[in-house]
Design a protein around this ligand. Structure first.
Ligand code: NAD
Length: 497
């Protein structure tokens, strides 16, 4: 059985793992590999390797750092199909979706290639007579990244390319459910010329996370995952004096007004709800319809659901793959059962999909509920599966109030042809990422990604300018070169002259 081990100090970890967990092929349900679960001492070794590499990397010129990032970008581009295959094999998402994920990750590497420009500070001449001031941004030190299963290639790339470009060294703890993509990226990054120890990968579970959270040599933590763990990571990491950004879960609403183009809205809702089997933090899981919109939308959704091809991710005919694990499948199916028991109308029931040849796979077909109410578990909980619920609202104001009552605030979309209402919505909605006739408004790498409320703990979003800010500390230098005119002791507080 293949064993996926850590990557420390620019090479695969030599010692056999003390503990391992099974990794599954979600399409067949078979165990495909075993992944190392790091002990605290293995985490310590990875952090020590990052710490040892820090002085050299911090002092490496911006031009050289950029050149290594360009080389990494080229290698990723050349090997993106292999990387996408690893994602499909362990996560289950269809090949085209895995490739799109890798491409969105590469965009962050491309942003990081521009690091010489991104790190430029400001200068002001003559802030006082013959005195100049300028600002610098310097790396924070050893940074740890802890990432979820649902984007095993892209979410780590939201973090480490920028952190490393800024002069930090990095320890990544990817999801133990689909670990291979991170190990593969570590290999490519080193092939690109990254010095040993600058990028390390420790595989593991909560034991590894806890050690990173309390480790005295880790200066900052980037986390992406579910809200309870994000909160824990934020509270524990900050308690140990670290800078922490922790992105949490989501319950994303798509508001459909009666004047919207219903065909377009139906296409968008299907893609956003069932793409990647709903295992996206930006997936639409609630349609909030106003007035007559639901009656016109439901038949259009049913038509499209009937045509969706569910199957193994590696089959090019599949549009939707399996869920990541059996336990997750059972949880999602349980929530569908709860929706039925609580009185929502199950318009499309995907609970028993028939996928010939994949009988052991973790499949759930697309499910659509109408007449969902905010009290139901299928509305309250983040399902993270192919389950879409429709909540009918009487007016725009009622719909807005509903969205605002929800504790999550990652993404939201409005579908309308009325520019005035769309602008009002964009202004007043309390959600971090907003789409206007765009169902999954994931910002490009040069903007920053992140939600509000229970979808984010900390102040800083990932990548873009906020990413650079998170991975650097500001410093302001004030200079005056010796000038005999200013001889003499002055105990007064410095003032401009
Ligand atoms: P998760 O919270 O279970 O795991 C995330 C990471 O935390 C993993 O590396 C895991 O090993 C670790 N972890 C799990 N349990 C832990 C514990 N008790 N103590 C310490 N560490 C622990 O999340 P997941 O199931 O892998 O991913 C899905 C979740 O991630 C969803 O809630 C989704 O909304 C969220 N997500 C959010 C964003 C965003 O940008 N806001 C993006 C992607 C995913």
């Amino acid at each position: 059985m293949r064993v996926i081990n850590h990557w420390v100090g620019g090479q695969p970890w030599k010692r056999p793992p003390e503990q391992t967990a099974d990794v599954y092929d979600p399409a067949s349900g078979a165990i495909s590999a075993r992944v190392a679960l790091a002990s605290p001492s293995e985490v310590d070794a990875a952090v020590a390797s990052a710490k040892a590499a820090l002085p050299g990397w911090r002092d490496t010129s911006l031009a050289k750092r950029a050149r290594i990032l360009f080389a990494y970008r080229e290698l990723l581009e050349r090997h993106k199909e292999e990387l996408a295959k690893l994602v499909t094999a362990e996560h289950g998402k269809v090949a085209s979706d895995a490739l799109a994920e890798v491409s969105r990750g590469i965009e962050v590497v491309e942003l990081a290639c521009g690091i010489p420009h991104l790190l430029k500070g400001e200068i002001a001449e003559n802030v006082s007579t013959d005195v100049d001031s300028y600002s610098l941004r310097q790396p924070v030190g050893v940074v740890a990244g802890i990432t979820p299963f649902n984007f095993p290639a892209m979410v780590p790339m939201w973090m480490y390319p920028i952190a490393i470009a800024c002069g930090n060294t990095f320890v990544l703890k990817p999801s133990e459910r689909d670990p291979s993509a991170s190990s593969y990226c570590a290999e490519l990054f080193h092939e690109a010329g990254l010095p040993p120890g600058v990028f390390n990968v420790v595989h593991g579970d909560r034991v590894a996370v806890e050690r990173l959270l309390e480790h005295p040599d880790v200066a900052a933590i980037s986390f992406v995952g579910s809200t309870p763990i994000a909160k824990h990571v934020y509270e524990t990491g900050t308690k140990h004096g670290k800078r922490v950004q922790a992105l949490g879960g989501a319950k994303n609403h798509m508001l459909v007004l009666p004047d919207a183009d219903m065909e377009l809205a139906a296409d968008a809702a299907i893609g956003a709800a069932y793409g990647s089997a709903g295992e996206r933090c930006m997936a639409i899981s609630v349609l909030v319809t106003v007035g007559s919109a639901a009656d016109r939308l439901v038949p259009l959704l049913e038509e499209r659901i009937a045509k969706l091809r569910v199957g193994p991710g590696a089959d090019p005919r599949s549009e939707m793959g399996p869920l990541v694990t059996k336990a997750h499948l059972e949880r999602v199916r349980g929530l569908v059962d709860a929706g039925v028991a609580e009185g929502a109308t199950l318009v499309a029931d995907g609970r028993d999909p028939s996928i010939p040849g994949c009988e052991g796979g973790f499949f759930l077909g697309p499910c659509l509920f109408d007449h969902v109410t905010p009290a139901m578990a299928i509305y309250r909980e983040e399902i993270f599966g192919p389950v879409l619920g429709i909540v009918r609202a009487d007016s725009y104001d009622d719909a807005l109030a509903l969205i605002h009552r929800n504790p999550y605030a990652n993404g939201v979309a409005i579908f309308t042809n009325d520019g005035g209402v769309a602008r009002k919505f964009q202004h007043e909605i309390e959600v971090g990422m907003v789409g206007i006739n765009v169902p999954i408004p994931v910002p490009m790498a040069y903007f920053s990604f992140g939600g509000w409320k229970a979808s984010l703990f900390g102040d800083t979003h990932v990548h873009g300018p906020e990413g650079v800010h998170f991975y650097t500390r500001g410093k302001v230098v004030t200079t005056r070169w010796p000038d005999p005119r200013f001889r003499g002791v002055d105990l007064g507080f410095p003032q401009s002259r």
